[in-house]
Design a binder for this molecule. Structure first.
Ligand code: GTP
Ligand code: MG
Length: 346
């Protein structure tokens, strides 16, 4: 397996819907074609027959080129597992099947073209050539329709992959996780080059977003993730599943943010359940629990939330305010230490 760290380059294509492809194919069929002089010498009927051959050839080229572009997309089996998962989340697990379907389509239309080219060329009258040409176009489009079934899922997958940043799997990575609204994006924008959108609404972050920070000459990657709710993978929406994929498939130190405020978007109970789920995915040892938004809570509240965290079997390692920038120096030092301990940083 190739350990590509970026979404594959070949994904920079636009995938046509069947209707768009049909329109393109029909419009090239209707364009006028120039028949070579050598044919023109053979008389008017021959010229008209040859026109049908050339028109059909164009239709074949348009359809085969489009299906071919899809067929040449890399299969998820050749992608880094994280990117493969991003592709499968968006395509409902059908990415490879759709690509394979297009590859079969190319083979079928190529065979059809070979057959019809001969048949049209050996037509005795232009009327016969016209009938065969129409038959060829009809059959080719019907293959295209079948080949492009679920193409919209492929389009979604390509879009999701394009929105996924290149993650250097060899360089240190820190993933920031937690329920929606705990301040993940605020922290990332404070610490790194990334400037993700921040707002008081859950699921503001819909894709993983990568930023970098320099510490002691080391370039450390920080990954902002969408918020996770308290539910199993099978019930997650695609946005949450992208966060779960990052946690499951990328080697990293994970910061789990908790919002201890009384008016937090989700209760402490819920946040602790998500903490438990995340620790099961990444392993307790790979996780640092961080209390954010300490600017808006009093010491008493902080203590009681910390106790609840302990009762759940975890320990709050850092108290920060991403908004005010409090405690971030200590957090960064702790993260660097943790990366070293895990052998992720020299
Ligand atoms: N008082 C206070 N507010 C904060 C702090 N950090 C974040 N916020 C606020 O909390 C809200 C959510 O912040 P985000 O950074 O968008 O939260 P998120 O975890 O990325 O949210 P999702 O993308 O929805 O998962 C915003 O209104 C922030 O201004 C903090 O340290 N203190
Ligand atoms: Mg966010």
């Amino acid at each position: 397996m190739e350990s590509s760290r970026c979404p594959p380059e070949e994904l920079r294509i636009r995938i046509l819907s069947f209707d768009e492809l049909r329109q393109r194919a029909l419009s090239v069929y209707l364009e006028s074609v120039a028949v070579p002089r050598s044919i023109r010498r053979q008389g008017r009927d021959r010229v008209r027959i040859m026109r049908y051959v050339l028109k059909c050839e164009r239709v074949f080229q348009v359809v085969a080129a489009e299906l071919g572009r899809i067929a040449r997309l890399p299969r998820t089996t050749s992608m880094h597992p994280f990117y493969a998962e991003i592709a499968n989340i968006a395509s409902h697990g059908r990415f490879d099947e759709i690509v394979a379907r297009a590859a079969r389509g190319v083979m079928i239309v190529s065979k059809l073209w070979k057959e019809y080219r001969e048949r049209i060329l050996s037509s005795l009258t232009p009327a016969e050539a016209k009938r065969l040409a129409r038959e060829f176009v009809g059959r080719t489009l019907s293959v295209a329709r079948r080949s492009l079934r679920h193409a919209e899922l492929l389009r979604e997958a390509v879009k999701a992959l394009r929105q996924t940043p290149c993650i250097d799997t060899e360089s240190p990575l820190v993933i920031v996780a937690g329920m929606p609204q705990v301040g993940k994006s605020t922290l990332i924008s404070r610490l790194s080059t990334a400037k993700p959108e921040i707002s008081p609404y859950p699921f503001t972050t819909k894709h993983v977003i990568l930023g970098h920070m320099e510490v002691d000459g080391h370039r450390i990657q920080l990954l902002d993730t969408p918020g996770l709710l308290d539910r199993p993978n099978s019930e997650m929406n695609p946005i949450e599943r992208r966060a779960a994929a990052a946690l499951r498939l990328l080697r990293a130190v994970t910061l789990f943010l908790i919002d201890p405020s009384r008016d937090s978007y989700y209760s402490i109970d819920k946040q602790l359940r998500v903490l438990r789920n995340v620790s099961e995915i990444v392993g307790v040892d790979n996780l640092l629990v961080v209390m954010n938004k300490v600017d808006k809570v009093d010491e008493g509240r902080l203590k009681s939330v910390e106790e609840l965290v302990e009762e759940a079997g975890f320990q709050v390692k850092y108290r920060i305010s991403a908004l005010k920038g409090w405690g971030l120096g200590e957090l960064v030092r702790g993260v660097v230490e943790e990366l070293r301990r895990r052998g992720l940083l020299a």
